[in-house]
Design a protein around this ligand. Structure first.
Ligand code: ADP
Ligand code: MG
Length: 240
């Protein structure tokens, strides 16, 4: 579903990604972890073309992101992305947040978009809040709306970049629960997170990044079981 091939990226002179390779199969859940500044956000953003790469290629569901003929905005509409800071439109109601891209990007009718958006809102347990504005919801609720909004676009895969790290502790689980249920339903997911409980529960693979390099790419049993490389061990010792 997502094939990352020899990807390197520079910000000016600074090489942020070096020869990254990995493949995420349909239905797989891959957790990406590593120290701050190791390139996790950059890597995940390259997957839907939000960050340009200078070397290598990424094939998303058969489409090359490096191919100049690829319509990146079309590709982006098929890959759901949820960021650390809930990026709901503050001036739009929850219903409008859920429908605007479905109508504008996918060309769905308002009725169809509402039906779909509200069904996903129900799935994340928030149907009672459809008429509200983002500022009236807690951080955890806003993040669940962001997930419902991404799902309303019928994504072929979901990318998460530290979706719980800006949340108060009591709200983390309500968001992780939604992610766990998605994972169990077979959604293809690439999740940057330091929530190792989540990783243990649903990850098929763990990628550990350090200084722009994929240092480890293995099953969660291998990652948590046998001792990994020194950098991964140091990292795990700090967060576990
Ligand atoms: P992580 O998500 O693992 O914390 P990032 O991908 O955000 O890491 O950043 C990796 C490195 O790239 C960091 O050193 C960061 O300062 C740098 N960086 C990130 N975005 C930019 C940018 N737009 N311009 C220049 N450097 C950047
Ligand atoms: Mg980051």
């Amino acid at each position: 579903m997502i094939d990352i091939q020899n990807v390197s990226k520079w910000y000016g002179q600074f090489q942020v990604l070096t020869d990254c390779n990995t493949t995420i199969n349909k239905g797989e859940v891959v957790v990406v972890c590593g120290p701050s500044g190791s390139g996790k956000s950059t890597l995940i953003k390259t997957v839907n073309g939000l960050e340009e790469i200078q070397k290598g290629d990424i094939i998303v569901n058969g489409t090359s992101i490096a191919d100049p003929k690829t319509d990146l905005s079309k590709l982006r509409s098929r890959v759901g992305m949820v960021f650390q800071h809930f990026e709901l439109f503050p001036h739009l109601s929850i219903t409008e947040n859920l429908t605007v891209a479905q109508v504008k990007v996918l060309g769905r009718s308002m009725d169809e978009a509402k039906k779909k958006g509200l069904a996903y809102l129900d799935r994340v347990g928030l149907s009672a809040h459809a008429h509200k504005y983002p500022a009236e919801l807690s951080g955890g609720q806003q993040q669940r709306v962001a997930i419902a909004r991404a799902l309303s676009m019928d994504p072929i895969a979901m990318l998460f970049d530290e979706p719980t790290s800006a949340l108060d502790p009591e709200m983390i689980n309500e968001v992780l629960d939604v992610m766990v249920s998605l994972a169990k339903e077979g959604m293809t997911m690439m999740c940057v997170t330091h929530e190792m409980g989540f990783a243990r529960q649903v990850a098929d693979r763990i990628i550990f990044m350090d200084k722009g390099i994929i240092e480890e790419d293995c099953s969660k049993d291998e990652f948590f079981g046998a001792p990994r490389g020194e950098r991964a061990q140091q990292f795990l010792a700090k967060i576990l």
